[in-house]
Design a protein around this ligand. Structure first.
Ligand code: NG6
Ligand code: CA
Length: 508
């Protein structure tokens, strides 16, 4: 960090000193300034703490993700802000706790944008420092301001919150509209076949998973019985837009190509790329060259697929000669789920694989597996490889990246943990509020506290313990990472301390 920052400062000073003296000197100064590092966030969808070999998986091999882990800082206490997608994605971009925004919950494909267009975001901060900023992949933060007309430019969206390039899927792979959106325009749309989308009711005469199971190639288990696209029944109803519909099995290759193209086009100036892969979220639709390869069903296959994509992406950075000037942050938006609504053999073929590793719970859960995820920072030649148990959260990236590039911008809840991210310090944050479907829990040091919540202990559909209980729960993660022994009764002082700190932040 020091070296890089000194470089920028030197560059700035050189620039100031030479002023407008001579053209030649100015060019030199600009070259130095251009050495600001590229920043890439590689963000997985529902990848669990135990889903990578580097994090202990023995039944699946993820060599390309592992290369990041073993060549960078591998965090063992790295957290998403939430156990579901939209809130985590809100936090990673804004540096704000998602529970501060009542709209930051799993959104339908028609939801309006939940980030204010004047809100500070990672891409906006970097734009201010002269970066080109792009997003390729899953968005899921809402689009438009209500009643989106998909046949016109869809706005506001990523381009209005700091990205100058966007190529996205609106919500999730299992939600309509099942089309790509490029800088606000549905890609490949035929104006004579306009798109209509509704989350309320079906369009007359359109088949659904509920009424036309004979038209589906993937069966729904719960939810997911509305419009059928490519044989997969989805959430929500859609009509028209035939030529614009994506091909599920080609999605990973498609996003990879866009990400690679972005790198090639922007390699000569500093850029930020948010590469948000769709795997291993449902529906799991591996390309035929990965289908059956994991022996673990489609969930394992799409993890292998994503791993391969990441390998190809890294190769592009290397081939373009910018790998050693690019900081990569790798993580996942929430913990793992096996059956998330389709009969896709993921449960049947899981074998001995444990997507959450030794952690308790999973996606949707206040237990640790909901939010503790693979988290890696990698910068060839600059970050020394190593493991870190520092408590870090995706929330902290805004302020930390600002510190890296010399910006004074901060996100409200985002801490400057640049030294931890650069592997220079093992100090992370002291405390962290975690969220899962509108409930919150607290981590402080090695302690985790879950307040009492009504509601089922287990979501039987997905077979995940949610963390709901009538009494307070307190766990010491140092000795008990699997959260087996509730110490709330035996250590009331610790419990009170955590409750007090938690309520101070929550404003209760
Ligand atoms: C749930 C969906 C689930 C998944 C999730 C969002 C049902 C029954 N379940 O509502 O399949 O789409 O939303 O996942 O519809 S997330 O990773 O984007 O948060
Ligand atoms: Ca997710």
């Amino acid at each position: 960090k020091i070296i890089k920052r000194n470089l920028f400062h030197t560059a700035i000073i050189v620039l100031l000193l030479v002023g407008c003296k001579s053209k030649e000197e100015k060019v030199v100064a600009t070259d130095e300034t251009a050495k600001k590092p590229n920043i890439v966030f590689i963000y997985m969808d529902d990848l669990g703490y135990g889903d990578m070999s580097a994090y202990g998986a023995t039944e699946i091999s993820t060599p390309n993700m592992d290369a990041l882990a073993t060549g960078g800082v591998q965090f063992t206490n790295g957290y998403a802000s939430s156990a579901t997608c939209t809130p985590s994605r809100y936090a990673i971009l804004t540096g704000r706790y998602p529970w501060r925004n009542k709209d930051a919950k799993i959104l339908p494909g028609t939801a309006p944008l939940i980030i204010d267009t004047d809100q500070m975001t990672v891409p906006r901060m970097l734009q201010g420092e002269g970066y080109a900023t792009g997003i390729v992949g899953k968005w899921h933060l809402g689009l438009g301001s209500g009643n989106v007309n998909w046949n016109e430019r869809v706005s506001p969206g990523p381009n209005e919150v700091g990205f100058d390039y966007s190529y996205i899927l609106a919500a999730t792979q299992d939600r309509v509209p099942t089309v790509y959106i490029a800088d606000g325009h549905v890609d490949g749309l035929d104006p004579n076949d306009p798109i209509e989308v509704s989350y309320e009711k079906n369009f007359e005469g359109e088949p659904t998973g509920l009424d036309n199971p004979e038209l589906t190639t993937m069966k729904w288990h719960h939810g997911h019985n509305n419009s059928i696209v490519n044989g997969v029944p989805r959430i929500g109803f859609m009509k028209g837009g035939e030529s614009a519909k994506w091909s599920d099995v080609d999605m990973a290759d498609h996003f990879l190509a866009k990400a690679q193209q972005y790198v090639k086009e922007h390699k000569n100036k500093p850029f930020f790329l948010y590469y948000a892969l769709q795997q291993p979220h449902v529906p799991r639709t591996p390309h035929p060259r990965f289908a059956g390869k994991s022996g673990m069903g489609p969930r394992g296959d799409v993890i292998l697929e994503a791993d391969w994509m990441i390998g190809q992406f890294m190769k592009t950075l290397e081939d373009e000669g910018i790998l050693d000037n690019t900081l990569i942050v790798f993580s996942s938006d929430n913990g793992p789920v096996v059956n998330d609504g389709y009969y896709d053999d993921s449960e049947e073929k899981l074998g001995n694989h444990t997507p959450a590793g030794i952690l308790r719970g999973g996606k949707y859960s206040l237990f640790d597996a909901g939010t503790r995820v693979p988290f890696i920072t990698y910068w060839k030649g600059t970050i020394a490889p190593g493991k870190s148990d520092a408590l870090v959260c995706q929330l902290d990236l805004l302020t930390s990246m600002a510190a890296l590039v010399g910006s004074d911008k901060t996100g409200g809840d985002s801490e400057n943990l640049l030294d931890a991210f650069m592997g220079k310090s093992k100090d992370g944050r002291e405390e962290l509020v975690l969220e899962a479907t509108s409930r919150t829990a607290f981590r402080k040091g090695n302690w985790a506290m879950i307040p009492p919540y009504k509601g089922p202990a287990i979501n039987k559909m997905v077979n995940i313990e949610l963390g709901n209980a009538e009494e307070y729960q307190l766990y010491n993660l140092e000795n008990d990472p699997s959260q087996k022994e509730n110490l709330a009764k035996s250590n009331p002082e610790k419990l009170q301390e955590l409750i007090a700190d938690f309520e101070k932040i929550r404003g209760n």
